[in-house]
Design a protein around this ligand. Structure first.
Ligand code: CP
Ligand code: NVA
Length: 328
């Protein structure tokens, strides 16, 4: 150990920290140090941006961005972030690519890997992202699938850390439809030691498999996951209350049935009053005022939804820098 230090002139701590993964598909695949590294790097990039520092880490690099679903935040923050790091992003609507006419994901991945330094993809089935990453020789980043939304939840963790100065032992309540964002919250809170309570109605609960995947992290960090059908119970004394839309992209046909099933799961002032006095309100956006959240809550003093949205930019810049900087 001493010898190595003398040779390289660096200690373990001062050496550049690296992610343990080549691609970012779900938070479940990261380790706790990866999450910490992404948040630390994002915090640094945010502070640098505030000071007007020019970043050049990705100078000359190109990111291919395949979108098979709509997006405002993810698309714009990835594109702005890439530019701010010295590179560019190519927006590729799925239907305009040969992918839309049946070219395989694997051939698309192999071709794009010859042109660009990284690929992001927003699509429906999670297996598509997995297939793309398997065939690509460059890093692939999940920009949302029906299964997971890792970039969103990493930005949420940054927001919580900035607000409370720590993550360990915070109490987060999620109320509503158990979806891609919820699943990523299950993984992200387990990695960072946040206690999570989820309130969803029958038929809209989080899947057992996601819970099982997060169990060893939760045991390590010593915090619980509580599942209930009662929103009041979930938010009792919570430091943060989170919700998402009741009808996710691709579920439009189930609109009426979902609104009916979830109507008692709205975040309103009465529910927020059950949370801790300094509790914050989180929503990944886009929001439907009057459905999953009332206007007075989302536009009220406890709401940090626009900080959350801004943090998408800083976190994604961190992910891009960490995954793409050393690549081709
Ligand atoms: N939160 C989020 O991913 O927003 P967009 O759908 O606008 O990208
Ligand atoms: N659950 C939502 C998140 C949108 C950012 C959806 O998948 O449509």
């Amino acid at each position: 150990m001493k010898k190595a230090k003398a040779k390289t002139g660096t200690t373990k701590k001062s050496r550049t920290r690296k992610l343990s993964v080549k691609s970012l598909l779900t938070i479940a695949q990261l380790n706790a140090q990866d999450v910490e590294l992404i948040l630390d790097t994002a915090g640094q990039l945010k502070a640098n941006a505030r000071r007007g520092k020019t970043e050049t880490a990705l100078r000359g690099k190109v990111l291919a961005a395949i979108f098979e679903k709509s997006s405002t935040r993810t698309r714009v923050s990835f594109e702005a972030g890439m530019y701010q790091l010295g590179g560019i992003m190519l927006y590729l609507a799925g239907r305009d690519l040969q992918l839309g006419r049946g070219e395989s994901l694997s051939d698309t991945a192999r071709v794009l890997s010859r042109y660009v330094s990284g690929i992001i993809i927003r699509t429906d089935a999670h297996r598509k992202v997995v297939e793309l990453a398997k065939a690509a020789t460059v890093p692939v980043i999940n920009a949302l699938t029906d299964y997971a939304h890792p970039c969103q939840v990493l930005a949420d963790l940054l927001t919580l850390r900035e607000r409370f100065g720590k993550l360990k032992r915070l109490r987060l309540a999620y109320v509503g439809d158990s979806n891609n964002v919820t699943r990523s919250l299950v993984f992200g809170t387990a990695k960072t030691g946040i206690e999570l309570a989820i309130a969803s109605p029958l038929g809209f609960e989080i899947d057992k498999h996601a819970i099982e995947l997060s169990e060893s992290d939760r045991r390590k960090s010593g915090v619980g996951l509580y599942l209930t059908m009662d929103p009041m119970q979930a938010v009792a004394n919570a430091d943060a209350v989170y919700t998402d839309v009741w009808v996710s992209m691709g579920q439009e046909k189930e609109h009426a049935q979902r609104i009916r099933a979830l109507k008692k799961y709205q975040i309103n002032e009465k529910l927020m009053a059950r949370a801790a006095p300094r509790a914050i309100f989180l929503h990944c956006l886009p929001a439907h005022r009057g459905q999953e959240v009332t206007e007075d809550v989302i536009d009220g003093k406890q709401s940090v939804v626009f900080e959350q949205a801004e943090n998408r930019l800083h976190v994604q810049k961190a992910i891009l820098k960490l995954l793409l900087e050393k690549g081709k």
